[in-house]
Ligand binder design. Structure first.
Ligand code: FAD
Ligand code: UDP
Length: 386
C-alpha cells in the first residue's frame, strides 16, 4: 500500500513526505506520536484566542533563497525581524551584544574607545564569537570580552545547559556572536518572517496531498518493527520493502544499545494577561536574574491584533525520558563525547539499507528549521529521487 514510511511530522518529516508525494507520485505513510503535525514548530490558538507556539518561540530565518521559495509555496508571510533585549544591570540592551549595547552599558568615553578598537581589530560588521573574543591579547578588549562573558553568557549558559560556555561546542555560543555593528536584529538573514496563518496551517498545506496518509497519536513501535539482524522492516506485521525515513531520536531507534544520548529539556510557563502588550520587543533575555532564560511575547512575532496578550517563560531542565514534564528532548548537547556515541549509532544505521536518518533528533544536530529543510531537500534529491 505504501512506498515510503516517514516517522515524525516535523519539518524534516513533512518536507521529505511532500517531495516524495508531489515529485514522485509515490505513497507515503507518516507516523507521528503526538496528536498534531508540525513537530516543535507547532502553533495553536490558546483559550484566550492568542496564537502561541506550544514548544517555544519559532522565527523563520534563512540566507538561502531556494529554501524561502520552497516554503513560500505553502504559506504567505508576516514579515518580521526578531529583536531581543537582554536585562543587564537594570537596563535592557540589544542582544546579540553590539555597539549599541556597548554604549548603553559603559561610560561614553570608554565605549567610544572600545568601539574604535573593535572596529580596527575586526572590521565593522564582523561577528565575533565570545570564546574567540576572549582569546584576544589586547588588554582593554580582553577586559571587554570578560565583561560580556560575565554579563551575558556565563549565567545564561549555566541555566540553559547546566555548563560553562567552554564546555560546549563553540558553535553553541557562536550562534549569538558579538556583533561589531549598530544593527539590533537577532538575525541578519535576508529572509525572515512567520507564516502568515501560522506554522500548523503551513504544515497542513504541505501535507495536503492524496498520496500522503497521516497516522497521529501513534508511536512507530506500535506499527513498525525493525529486524536489524535480517535487515528487514515490517509495517502492520507485513514485510515492508520501501525506505523508512526516521526523524525521532536515534538512540531510541536502537534501544539505547550504546547508551543514552543526552538532551536538554525545557518547561514552558505560559501566561495570558488582559492588556494589549507586556514588553517592548518579541523576546527579553534574563541572563543573570530568575530561573528562566527568556520571556517571549507572541503577538510581537505573529502580528496578531488582540486585546489580551500571551507570554511564555522558558525554564531549562534536564531531559529524562521517563519523567512526565521533562520528557521532550528539545536540544541535543553538542559535546565531543556525545558525537562519539552518535557516530556508533550512525554506523549501525548505515548497515540498514532501508533506513534514512533525518532531522534534529535522528542526526543529533542543533539544526534550525531552515537547515532541516535544506537537509531534507538534499536527501530527497540524492538518496530518494536520484
Ligand atoms: P521535530 O520538530 O522534533 O519533529 C520530530 C517529530 O518526530 C516530532 O513531532 C516527534 O513527536 C516525532 N517522533 C519522535 N519520536 C517518535 C516516535 N517514536 N514515533 C512517532 N513519532 C515520533 N528553529 C528556527 O529556525 N528558528 C527558531 O526561532 C527556533 N526556535 C526554537 C525554539 C526552541 C525552544 C526549540 C527547542 C527549537 C527551536 N528551533 C528554531 C529549532 C526547530 O524547532 C527545529 O529545527 C525543528 O523543529 C526540527 O524539526 P525536526 O522535524 O527535525 O524535529
Ligand atoms: N546565549 C547566552 N546569552 C544570551 C543568549 C544566548 O549565553 O543572552 C548562549 C546560550 O548558551 C544559548 C546559546 O547562546 O544556549 C544559543 O542561543 P540561541 O538564542 O541561539 O538559542 P535557542 O534559540 O536555540 O534556544
Amino acid at each position: 500500500m505504501f512506498d515510503y514510511i516517514v516517522i515524525g511530522a516535523g519539518f524534516s518529516g513533512a518536507v521529505i513526505a511532500e517531495r516524495i508525494a508531489s515529485q514522485l507520485n509515490k505513497r507515503v505513510l507518516i507516523i507521528e506520536q503526538r496528536n498534531h503535525i508540525g513537530g516543535n514548530a507547532y502553533d495553536t490558538y490558546n483559550e484566550a484566542g492568542v496564537l502561541i507556539h506550544q514548544y517555544g518561540p519559532h522565527i523563520f530565518h534563512t540566507k538561502l533563497k531556494y529554501i524561502w521559495d520552497y516554503v513560500s509555496q505553502f504559506t504567505q508571510w508576516h514579515h518580521y525581524q526578531h529583536r531581543v533585549l537582554g536585562s543587564i544591570d537594570g537596563q535592557t540592551v540589544p542582544i546579540p551584544f553590539n555597539l549599541n549595547s556597548l554604549s548603553r552599558l559603559l561610560p561614553a568615553a570608554m565605549a567610544q574607545q572600545l568601539e574604535e578598537k573593535l572596529v580596527a581589530h575586526f572590521g565593522y560588521n564582523a561577528k565575533v564569537p565570545i570564546l574567540k573574543l576572549r582569546e584576544i591579547e589586547d588588554e582593554q578588549l580582553r577586559w571587554l570580552a570578560d565583561f560580556v562573558y560575565d554579563k551575558i553568557f556565563v549565567n545564561y549558559t549555566a541555566k540553559q545547559w547546566g555548563m560553562k560556555p567552554e564546555e560546549l561546542d563553540s558553535g553553541v555560543t557562536g550562534r549569538v556572536p558579538i556583533y561589531i555593528s549598530h544593527d539590533d536584529r537577532y538575525f541578519q538573514d535576508p529572509y525572515q518572517g512567520l507564516p502568515k496563518y501560522g506554522y500548523t496551517a503551513l504544515f497542513q498545506q504541505m501535507l495536503n496531498h492524496p498520496d500522503i496518509k497521516l497516522l497521529l497519536n501513534t508511536d512507530y513501535n506500535e506499527v513498525v518493527r525493525f529486524d536489524y539482524e535480517k535487515h528487514e522492516v515490517y509495517l502492520f506485521g507485513q514485510l515492508f520493502q520501501g525506505k523508512v525515513i526516521y526523524t525521532g531520536k536515534i538512540d531510541e531507534l536502537f534501544n539505547y544499545e550504546f547508551g543514552e544520548l543526552p538532551y536538554r529539556s525545557l518547561r514552558f510557563d505560559f501566561e495570558t494577561v488582559e492588556k494589549a502588550c507586556h514588553q517592548t520587543t518579541g523576546t527579553v533575555n534574563y541572563p543573570n536574574e530568575y530561573d528562566f532564560t527568556r520571556i517571549t511575547e507572541f503577538k510581537h512575532m505573529t502580528g496578531q491584533m488582540h486585546p489580551s496578550t500571551t507570554i511564555v517563560r522558558e525554564y531549562p531542565q534536564p531531559y529524562s525520558r521517563d519523567t512526565a514534564g521533562q520528557d521532550i528532548p528539545y536540544y541535543p548537547v553538542p559535546q565531543p563525547q556525545n558525537q562519539e556515541m552518535y557516530k556508533r549509532y550512525k554506523a549501525k544505521a548505515n548497515e540498514q539499507q532501508q533506513l534514512i536518518l533525518l532531522g534534529r533528533l535522528a542526526e543529533y544536530t542543533y539544526y534550525d528549521m531552515d537547515a532541516c529543510i535544506a537537509k531534507a531537500l538534499k536527501v530527497f534529491e540524492q538518496q530518494i529521487q536520484g
